[in-house]
Each structure stands twice: as structure tokens, then as C-alpha cells.
Ligand binder design. Structure first.
Ligand code: PBG
Length: 334
């Protein structure tokens, strides 16, 4: 790009900001409800379908509640939901076998939603943390997170989710080699149309705190996730992982968290042109929502924060604000 501009006063940038009509004409990016993926927390533990204190406005839902949310998503025009299970602590083991149980909570929820509302895209989380007595995304032996053994477990988990009817698998575990292994297994099992949205550039972040409360992993987690999630200081590594995951058969890639990593979003989109998503994670939600609820900032920060992802090159955003945003966007049009 070679921006040419006459010197002042021939050029006055304020000319095109003078009215709403002029501003709309030259607006470069837009946020639409079709850009949103709505993450939902599901539980079948009695009494756990309750508000999550560190995520004001977000509750864990029963499977029935998730069905109603999926219907609401359809009505609002949100094209996809993403399911995260709050597992009964009694089902958490060090071998994580509930993760690939065809009748586990997540798989039952997928079936229920796809049976009632086949049009909605259902995305899943592929990682062992909701099922792991250690709270880690991978299998642990002697304090070490095992890569290759975990990939085997994730493949079984992915196949069970595909079997249940998931449209999009979201491997969020950050093990090496899992995308290729999953893609091969999906092809082999006849699930050739199941998409993979790889959490490719997933950083070891303190912004995941409220999520770990929501899925009941906070208490279980021993240590941190720095041996598998990325160092927040790195950018070349993000590009190399995205390249690797695309080469292994990922259809879409994700950057996570979102707002502190907008530079990575832009670089990934520019470098690969693949469908690129950002996850505006639980801690980002909590900060924005908390400030809005306290009256410290206006609700407008929500749209502004999401537009930033579009400006940075993202095709879409996973956000807990999805239903709020859908309503705000609809009101604007009315
Ligand atoms: C777990 C997973 C996490 C999130 C999505 N999947 C947490 C983690 O890695 O500890 C975080 C999402 C959020 O914070 O909103 N594999």
C-alpha cells in the first residue's frame, strides 16, 4: 500500500467523519453476528448449573439448558456454539477414560442439540483437563505431561465426539502431532467432513482463570501448563505452529487469548490466509464485564473489543458476549 494524501488543508480527514452516513460509507471493517461462536458450559452434576462468580452473567447449564441456549443462538443468528463440560469430580481419573466415553456429558449434549437443531454448528473441546484428576490437558506420569500417549487419548476422544455428531473439533491441548493423528483417524472412520479448528497459537495465560473455575479444574490443577502451552513472549513460534497444524490437516486456526495477542492474529492471517479465529477468553470477558457492571466503562467496550479482532484479520471470535452482541447488533439495525 502506498497511501497518498494531499497536505493540509487540501486533505482534511475530518470531512469523512462529519456524519454517520459518511462514516458508514468509509468504514473498513464490520462485526456481524455470523462472526460469533458462543462457548457454553454444560453440567449434569446436581446443583452445579449455577452462575459462575468469576464470570458475571454466565452460568453452567444442564443439557436441557444448553438445548435452550442453542435454540436462542439460532434465533439470534449465531451460527455456532462450543461446548465445555463441567465433569462430575467422581468421574475424574488419572487415565481420563471418560473423555472418550460415547455417553459422557459432552457427547450426550452434542447428540441432544444436533437432534433438535441440526442447523447449528456444534464445536467441541478436545483436551483431557475436564476428565483428568490432575487437571492437566494431557496424561501425567511422574509429574511429566506425556505427549504421544496423550495424542492417542485425544484421537479416541475426537472420534467419540465426531460419532456423536460434532461439526467442528477444537483441539485445545497443545500436544505435538495431534492434528495429523486426528485427521488420519477421522478419515479412516469415515468422518471426512468433520472440521478441525486447531487451537494452534495457545499461550500459557493467566487469562484462563475464570474458565478453570467454570469447568471445575481450578482445584484439580497441579502446577502450570507452561510445558505445553506457548510462552507469551513468542511470535515466530506461533507462525511455525500454525504452519504445522495447517499442513497436518487443520481447516481453521485459533489464537488464544485474544486481545493481548492481536499482533499474532494479524500475522497469522497475513501469512496463511486460512480461516482465523480468536478466543476472547474468560479473563478478558471478566475484566470487561466487571468494569461495565461497575459503571467504570460503557457497554460500548464490548463491540469495540470484538471489532478489534476483525480489524486484526480474524474471520470470527469465540466470545461469552455472543448473545449480548447479537442483541446489540440487532438493536442497532432496528
Ligand atoms: C482447556 C481449555 C482452556 C480454555 C479452553 N479450553 C483452559 C486452559 O487451557 O487451562 C480457556 C478458555 C477461557 O479461558 O475462556 N483445554
Amino acid at each position: 500500500m502506498n497511501p497518498i494524501s494531499a497536505p493540509y488543508p487540501s486533505a482534511r480527514f475530518r470531512r469523512l467523519r462529519r456524519t454517520g452516513a459518511l462514516r458508514a460509507m468509509v468504514r473498513e471493517t464490520r462485526l456481524a453476528v455470523s462472526d460469533l461462536i458462543w462457548p457454553l458450559f454444560v453440567t449434569d452434576v446436581a446443583g452445579a448449573d449455577a452462575p459462575i462468580p468469576s464470570m458475571p452473567g454466565v452460568s453452567r447449564l444442564t443439557v436441557d439448558g444448553a438445548l435452550r441456549a442453542a435454540e436462542q443462538a439460532m434465533t439470534l443468528g449465531i451460527p455456532a456454539i462450543c461446548l465445555f463440560p463441567y465433569t462430575d469430580p467422581a468421574l475424574k481419573t488419572v487415565t481420563c477414560e471418560d473423555a472418550w466415553n460415547p455417553e459422557n456429558l459432552s457427547n450426550r449434549a452434542i447428540r441432544a442439540i444436533k437432534a433438535r437443531i441440526p442447523e447449528i454448528a456444534v464445536m467441541t473441546d478436545v483436551a483431557l483437563d475436564p476428565y483428568n484428576a490432575n487437571g492437566h490437558d494431557g496424561l501425567v506420569r511422574d509429574g511429566v505431561i506425556l505427549n504421544d500417549e496423550t495424542v492417542g487419548a485425544l484421537v479416541r476422544m475426537a472420534l467419540a465426539q465426531a460419532e456423536a455428531g460434532a461439526d467442528i473439533l477444537g483441539p485445545s491441548d497443545m500436544m505435538d502431532g495431534r492434528i495429523g493423528a486426528m485427521r488420519t483417524a477421522l478419515e479412516g472412520a469415515g468422518h471426512k467432513d468433520v472440521a478441525i479448528l486447531s487451537y494452534a497459537a495457545k499461550y500459557a495465560s493467566a487469562f484462563y482463570g475464570p474458565f478453570r473455575d467454570a469447568v471445575g479444574a481450578s482445584g484439580a490443577l497441579k502446577g502450570d501448563k507452561k510445558t505445553y502451552q506457548m510462552d507469551p513472549a513468542n511470535r515466530h513460534e506461533a507462525l511455525r505452529i500454525v504452519a504445522r497444524d495447517l499442513a497436518e490437516g487443520a481447516d481453521m486456526v485459533m489464537i488464544k487469548p485474544g486481545m493481548p495477542y492481536l499482533d499474532i492474529c494479524r500475522e497469522v492471517k497475513d501469512a496463511f490466509g486460512a480461516p482465523t479465529f480468536a478466543y476472547q477468553v474468560s479473563g478478558e470477558y471478566a475484566m470487561l464485564k466487571g468494569a461495565v457492571l461497575n459503571g467504570w466503562v460503557k457497554e460500548d467496550v464490548i463491540l469495540e473489543s470484538l471489532l478489534a479482532f476483525r480489524r486484526a484479520g480474524c474471520d470470527g471470535i469465540l466470545t461469552y458476549f455472543a448473545p449480548d452482541v447479537a442483541r446489540i447488533l440487532a438493536d442497532k439495525q432496528a
